[in-house]
Design a protein around this ligand. Structure first.
Ligand code: HEM
Ligand code: MTE
Length: 479
């Protein structure tokens, strides 16, 4: 027995604007969310559900599949939907927009299924210098679009010469093919460490939202030149925007932009990639074409690329304007001003321990302990050193770095300022005879002598981005 009034769907439907009030239904409950609209972290999109059911929209945005979201909703309950209309609603189940997503490798640790977000176990990540595509982290905001290589077209817009439309065949045959080894890292990699300090909003990534692949394709620079870009033309241009072919319920695509100088520079190495590790790019990673922006945060590496726009402005996309920005540790959700913060582009220096796992039990019959991990920095800055401590930071040893698999020839050293790929590192050290527990720490130094901050609190931010404090794992020793 609820004491709340019962409403018909017709009554709910009357409330679909801020003037008339915004009502929605969820699992048979009726909610007046008028006041919440302005506070919604996902912005104005919430109005799309006004006067109707939340379920078809929440099916697309798994971010709502959390207890705290339901708690917010419950505050706005005003009644129940009448039985008859609820039955009608349930009879017209929305089709699952994710039903054509590709198969994924079972070893991936799933963060959310719809959209699909997953990372490999850390010890698998450091097994190979080139991350196999099946193990490469996947970060999707929307369903994976179904694209056909024969009808695929890439539009290049914004230059005085007009629109250039390229087929996949054009990209492959009209431009030289370049192959670059590039590490991609999500801005949210290691968010889990920030969550431990104070809860943040976002997927709770471990240390493996990063991977290193060989990408092949046409240079963005070559395509922009073919579209009519040349020095003196388009002097107003400052940015290059990218639009994906993955769409949300409103038909809005994923989008992002990068500075023009990165896009056009001879040393930027930005690719319109159609191969990953020597094969067609897998669907999860952007088939048939994605942008690869070396040294720059994953979010700008737009997958399922449909459009390139040379422009005076950054992308107006939610992900360029309202997300993927850094803030001070004291900034909370009431004060945060996304407009005044610059979008993240180049990432800071990073490293993490992949072996042993946090909480592992090490048997003392082994007299030495091997610690392994990865290290990388944004902006083409090369990692020049990784320091490892087995005693919580009292003493440090320098790890061995490699740019290839063990027993294989390393990749040739990159030109200065163009170190786009990570280094794997390893150290084997005697186990301290007395200790029962070890705090193992790693920290990397890049070619600008940037170092990682030692602790999380001074870099904590409400979105949990840019989490690059010294990485620490604790292991127990057993005799
Ligand atoms: C994010 C609540 C309806 C789209 C969120 C978050 C909350 C929330 C609490 C942040 C979750 C987190 O990051 O932990 C609600 C409530 C709704 C509602 C209470 C209904 C009363 C909708 C609708 C849509 C939508 C109808 C789409 C049409 C989004 C999107 C985000 C989001 C895209 C992600 C924003 C981001 O990651 O920056 N919502 N939401 N929401 N919501 Fe909603
Ligand atoms: N491009 C499109 N079109 N849609 C997306 O959801 N996610 C971005 C970026 N490009 C995304 C996208 C983010 S946040 C990251 S970290 C990388 O893709 C992840 O690339 P991956 O899934 O190939 O690892």
């Amino acid at each position: 027995g609820s004491l709340l009034p019962v409403f018909s769907q017709d009554e709910v439907t009357k409330h679909r604007s801020l003037e008339d009030g915004v009502w929605v239904t969820y699992k048979g409950g009726v909610y007046d969310i008028t006041e919440f609209v302005a506070m919604h972290p996902g912005g104005n999109k919430i109005l799309l559900a006004a006067g109707g059911a939340l379920e078809p929209f929440w099916a697309l945005y798994a971010v709502h599949d959390q207890e705290h979201v339901l708690e917010i909703l419950s505050e706005y309950k005003v009644g129940e939907l009448c039985e008859e209309d609820l039955k009608k609603q349930q009879a017209s189940k929305p089709s699952d927009p994710f039903s054509s997503d590709p198969e994924r490798h079972p070893v991936l640790q799933v963060n959310t299924l719809k959209p699909f977000n997953a990372e490999p176990p850390p010890e698998i990540l450091s097994d190979s210098y080139i991350t196999p595509s099946a193990f490469f982290f996947k970060r999707n905001h929307l369903p994976v679009p179904q694209l056909d290589q024969a009808s695929y077209r890439l539009q290049v817009e914004g230059l005085p010469q007009g629109v250039l439309s390229l087929s996949l065949e054009d990209l492959k045959t009209k431009f030289p093919k370049h192959t670059v080894t590039v590490t991609l890292q999500c801005a949210g990699n290691r968010r889990g460490d920030m969550n431990k300090v104070k809860p943040v909003k976002g997927l709770n990534w471990g240390v493996a939202a990063i991977g290193n692949a060989k990408w092949s394709g046409a240079r963005l620079r070559d395509v922009l030149l073919a579209a009519g870009f040349e020095p003196g033309v388009a002097q107003w241009a400052r940015h290059v925007q990218f639009e994906g072919l993955d769409k949300d319920v409103t038909g809005t695509s994923y989008g992002a932009s990068i500075p023009l100088n990165k896009a056009i520079g001879e040393e930027g190495d930005v690719l319109l990639a159609y191969e990953m590790n020597g094969e067609d790019i897998p669907r999860d990673h952007g088939y048939p074409v994605r942008v690869v922006v070396p040294g720059v945060v994953g979010a700008r590496n737009v997958k399922w690329l449909g459009k390139i726009v040379v422009s005076a402005e950054e992308s107006s996309s939610h992900w360029q304007q309202q997300d993927y920005k850094g803030f001070a540790p004291g900034t909370d959700w009431n004060q945060v001003d996304f407009e005044s913060a610059p979008a993240i582009q180049e990432l800071p220096v990073q490293s993490a321990i992949t072996v042993p796992a946090d909480g592992a039990v090490i048997h003392h019959s082994d007299e030495t302990l091997t610690v392994a991990g990865y290290a990388w920095s944004g902006g083409g800055r090369e990692v020049i050193r990784v320091d490892v401590s087995l005693d919580g930071g009292k003493t440090w040893q320098v790890a061995q770095l490699r740019s290839g698999d063990k027993g294989q020839a390393p990749e040739p050293s990159p030109p200065p300022g163009r170190a786009w790929a990570w280094k794997l590192w390893e150290i084997t050290a005697p186990l301290p005879p007395e200790a029962e527990e070890l705090e193992i720490i790693c920290k990397a130094v890049d070619s600008s002598y940037n170092v990682q901050p030692d602790t999380v609190p001074p870099i904590w931010n409400l979105r949990g981005l840019l989490s690059n404090a010294w990485h620490r794992v604790t292991v127990r020793l057993r005799r």
